[in-house]
Design a protein around this ligand. Structure first.
Ligand SMILES: [Zn+2]
Ligand SMILES: [Zn+2]
Length: 230
């Protein structure tokens, strides 16, 4: 009989929570997330394998390193991180911990991860978010997104919550938080949008149209040639 270190063989993969910034690829065809601290330079997809953030040639997670996908056991612990000023625009992720993992006091570091649900907080104005819009920063090839209501979008690059879920793929659910279930995107089930999703999409289109018409009207006032007289 050999003595071994205790190994966990859970019947179901563990669930964890973390926060991250949603990101949209430069060409607008792919969506993912980027971490808020360690590993923030490496955007990841809904289903992803970890690699060492320090570029070391070991499998992540390694006991002698702090790489791997980090998450905590407790949803409230992750939510608490959203209170700090620099994390206000981040989203809460519920993840499935896959592959080898190392358990620590408050959570896990794992080799693989599947993001199941992203809960999007309110727009900076306090209104429930209808979209994720260009946050004004990013990583090479990726634009960071922040929650926005239809009214605050203006001309910014944006995707609806359902649109983000579709681009991210792998059955991701994107939910508007703050207890107002107006924009729940669950494309995993039937691949069809229900009334709440379509209502949210319509509100977004209307807001964009209002903005577009306002711009047109403004240009119209100035007249062709931008008001310059020769
Ligand atoms: Zn490492
Ligand atoms: Zn707003």
């Amino acid at each position: 009989m050999r003595l071994r270190l205790p190994e966990e063989r859970p019947t179901e993969p563990p669930t964890g929570y973390k926060i991250a910034h949603p990101v949209l690829s430069q060409d607008g065809t792919r969506a993912g997330f980027t971490g808020v601290s360690l590993g923030g330079a490496l955007p990841y997809g809904v289903l992803a394998d970890a690699s060492c953030v320090y570029g070391l040639r070991h499998r992540a997670p390694s006991r002698r390193c702090d790489c791997g996908f980090h998450c905590v056991h407790d949803r409230t612990t992750a939510e608490a991180l959203l209170c700090t000023a620099e994390h206000r625009a981040a989203v809460l992720l519920e993840v499935t911990v896959l592959g080898r993992y190392i358990r620590f006091e408050r959570g896990f570091r794992s080799a693989r991860q599947r993001v199941r649900t992203a809960t999007v907080g309110p727009c900076a104005c306090g209104t429930v978010a209808a979209a994720l819009a260009d946050a004004g920063w990013g990583r090479p090839g990726w634009k960071a997104l922040a929650p926005s209501c239809a009214g605050c979008l203006r001309g910014r690059t944006s995707v609806s919550l359902a649109g983000f879920a579709r681009l991210a793929g792998e059955g991701l659910r994107v939910v508007a938080g703050q207890g107002a279930p107006v924009a729940v995107a669950d494309l995993a089930a039937a691949g069809e949008l229900g009334v709440p999703e379509l209502t949210a999409e319509a509100a977004l289109l209307q807001a964009r149209l209002d903005w577009f018409q306002a711009q047109l009207a403004r240009l119209g006032e100035r007249g062709p040639g931008g008001g310059r007289k020769g």
